[in-house]
Design a protein. Structure first.
Length: 751
């Protein structure tokens, strides 16, 4: 029944996507140079009748695709300094696929006859930045004769058959909100096809000059030092402090009390950028959202954040055997940050932030409901800028307290809110960034994921360094080191000392988006609890050497993004009981192969045969923890990292569908297997169970949609479904090949 339901749901999903794709049109273009060969890296722009632009860049084969287009009139044009402009008007029908050959010509034709006619074309753009139609453009030739053209709905205008010479162009009636436009010198060469966009400017009404009352004292002005950038007549008390050493700066009055022009930039006066908005309105200018100073200061700002996150999760998971549950989770978040300094121009001088989260959750199993109420102080830190190093505002800051930190691009090793001290900053005009952090780990609740201030008796030291445009523009490399020293928990008080060395990258390689990671872990565990179980309860110290690697490659095709990824964590083959080769993290939350929409990553899974009957003391109870990829046979909330584990291999393919600016759909299919299941085979054999005769886990399929009605993160809805079909040795261990599944429905409201 479950399979029929899943197949029906997936078919309906594909049908909905297909119906939307059929209702829309597609433009397949190929850009060729003057010699007829494909031309890469040319910007192509398509404009609809409402004047909205979409842009794409031709790939190595000269191809460019615009999909998901509503039926109607469009204008296709190029934007490139090397070649002459190209324009073509299109009329697209629903479901039509239009092929266009974009044949580029040299910007100035070679050896054009001196009498060859020229062409002038362009787009009329209004003060609001949108193309403007029904505007009369007047072109005057050298003899003083006028020609007129009226811009189309897409803003396009064109004059053809022009004799070479110098022309004048003007717009006399540009509308009540725009100034007249005129160009006195517009030379056209023989045969030239010139692109000239008319950008209209807003009508500005000069503000009245302020007057000084008779008898009022003159302000204390700053004397002119005779240097560039200094101005006379500015009261010294209003000259802002500049903290970057060197360079030249122009002193300006306090911009918060500046006499702005009286013209209307927006239709609604309440939306003027210098007007403070309503207190409960987070979308416009608001003192509570850090847009204006508070408490009468000129450089003290406040940012508040209120959230409600609710999730409903009916699911069937592996808890020894398949078990149906209904989980409901609610988080209430309140956060306040107070900081000094305008972050548009330079890093914060100092900041303090506090975030408290209240959680209510309940889980229903076999008609019995367990409810939990808890709270956690997830952020409580103070930050101070130690120095600004140069005129590019490279800086060094320090932050101490409860704080969030992700040590790599995708959360493979350490992603948590923990108590610590972090030194961070940047260099080379912000091309490089770095962090050095020390964390004293706190206890974390396994259900709500919230923290208490009880010590975990574990310390973590992290250092990382990011280099932007490493080897190629758009690609960022990162090197990091982690040292994890864990003294265990009261019922397992043994020390673990592990060092991780990593190299990572994220960015663009031509048309491809690439993200990769590699870690090498080495160290010692004084008494590994899994090895101790296999050793008959005797002490089992191990030396650690393990690896992790991940790679995701994706490519955009207009509204679609195609992805494929590979994830590998080494497993322990138990060939040497004194060695541990299974990779494990510190506290991870990885984002690959579907992230938290993936069933294997989203849910906790355990197998009955891994636990000895009537066991006392530390035992193996978990195969994999929720929000983690690693099958590390431990709870990351109560147990130290375990490197005697089977490891994991994931092969993934997926498609992201940007259906509209409001709606995004993510689909994934993943094949999972253990890197080496020998640890699991020995455990189930020792405990009288069965299973894991091979490394196969199964097939993980997921689909999720995120809808943002206001085009931002203040409100969004998420609906997702994931399913894991057990295969091979994993199915034997569970005692069933029936699918495990999880539905997720979530809403976030934020201020």
């Amino acid at each position: 029944m479950t399979r029929i339901f899943c197949c029906t749901l997936f078919a309906l999903f594909l049908g909905a996507v297909s119906a939307q794709a059929q209702a829309r049109a597609t433009v397949n273009g190929v850009v060729v140079g003057p010699a007829g060969m494909p031309q890469a890296n040319v910007t192509v722009i398509i404009t609809n009748a409402a004047g909205i632009d979409r842009r794409a860049v031709s790939d190595a084969m000269g191809q460019v695709v615009f999909g998901g287009l509503q039926p109607g009139a469009y204008r296709l044009r190029t934007e490139d300094d090397t070649f002459a402009p190209f324009t073509q008007d299109l009329m697209l029908a629903g479901g039509q696929t239009q092929a266009v050959r974009i044949a580029l010509q040299p910007r100035v034709p070679v050896a054009a006859p001196p009498t060859q006619r020229a062409t002038l074309a362009g787009t009329v753009i209004g003060p609001d930045g949108r193309p403007r139609g029904n505007v009369t453009v007047i072109l005057t030739n050298p003899a003083g004769v006028d020609r007129r053209a009226v811009s189309e709905a897409t803003g396009a205008y064109i004059f053809g058959g022009l004799q070479p010479g110098t022309y004048k162009l003007r717009i006399e009636d540009s509308g009540p909100d725009a100034q007249p436009f005129a160009v006195d010198s517009l030379p056209l060469m023989p045969g030239e096809q010139r692109q000239f966009d008319v950008r209209l400017q807003i009508v500005i009404v000069a503000p009245p000059r302020p007057t000084t009352p008779t008898g009022a004292p003159k302000p204390d002005v700053k004397a002119d030092a005779g240097k560039k950038g200094k101005e006379k007549g500015i009261p010294a008390s209003l000259v802002p402090e500049v903290t970057a050493p060197g360079g030249e700066f122009q002193a300006l009055p306090n911009r918060w009390n500046f006499d702005w022009p009286t013209y209307k930039r927006y239709a609604d006066d309440d939306k003027q950028v210098w007007v403070v908005g309503r207190t409960l309105d987070p979308y416009n200018q608001n003192k509570l959202k850090g847009d204006f100073p508070v408490f009468g200061s000129r450089s003290l700002f406040m940012n508040t954040n209120l959230q409600l996150n609710t999730a409903l999760n009916p699911r069937q998971v592996g808890k020894g055997e398949a078990q149906s549950q209904f989980f409901n989770n609610n988080n209430f978040v309140g956060s306040v940050e107070l900081f000094r300094g305008d972050t548009v121009f330079q890093p914060k001088s100092w900041a303090v932030r506090g975030t408290i989260v209240g959680n209510i959750n309940d889980n229903t199993v076999a008609g019995e409901t367990a409810t939990q109420h808890t709270y956690g102080i997830e952020e409580a830190f103070a930050e101070k800028r130690l120095a600004v190093l140069n005129t590019s505002f490279d800086f060094v800051s320090i932050r101490g307290g409860m704080q969030n930190f992700n040590s790599d691009f995708r959360g493979y090793l350490f992603f948590d809110n923990q108590l610590g001290v972090r030194l961070f900053g940047n260099a080379r005009s912000n091309r490089d960034q770095y962090n050095v952090a020390f964390f004293s780990m706190r206890v974390r609740d396994p259900v709500s994921q919230l923290h208490s201030f009880d010590s975990r008796d574990q310390t973590v030291v992290i250092g990382n360094y990011f280099i932007q445009d490493f080897a190629v523009p758009g690609y960022t490399a990162m090197f990091n080191v982690h040292v994890n020293h864990d003294n265990g928990v009261p019922n397992d008080p043994h020390a673990l000392q592990v060092t991780y060395a990593g190299f990572h990258g994220d960015g663009k390689w031509g048309p491809w988006s690439v993200s990769h990671a590699f870690y090498q872990a080495f160290g010692t565990d004084d008494d590994n609890r899994v090895a101790r179980t296999l050793n008959g309860g005797n002490a089992a110290p191990v030396d650690i050497s393990a690896q992790m690697a991940a790679l995701e490659v994706s490519r955009d095709a207009d509204w679609l993004r195609y992805r494929c990824s590979l994830f590998f964590a080494s497993g322990d083959d138990r060939s040497d009981p004194t060695k541990a080769h299974g990779f494990d993290s510190i506290t991870d939350n990885p984002n690959i192969a579907g992230g938290q929409f993936m069933f294997w990553d989203q849910q906790n899974t355990s197998v009955a045969g891994l636990v000895p009957p009537n066991a006392k003391g530390p035992v193996v109870s978990v195969l994999s923890e929720k929000f983690s990829l690693y099958p590390d046979l431990r709870s990351r909330f109560t147990d130290r990292s375990n490197f005697v584990n089977p490891g994991l291999l994931v092969l993934n393919g997926g498609v992201d569908l940007r259906m509209s600016p409001k709606l995004k759909v993510v689909t994934n299919v993943s094949y999972l297997k253990f890197a080496n299941a020998e640890v699991l085979r020995q455990l189930v054999a020792k405990n009288g169970g069965k299973g894991f005769e091979d490394e196969t886990i199964g097939l993980d399929i997921s689909a999720a949609a995120k809808y943002r009605p206001f085009l931002n993160e203040n409100m969004f809805f998420v609906l997702g479904f994931s399913s894991l079909s057990p295969k091979g040795g994993f199915a034997t261990a569970l005692g069933s090949t029936g699918s495990l599944y999880s539905f997720v429905g979530a809403i976030q409201l934020a201020y």
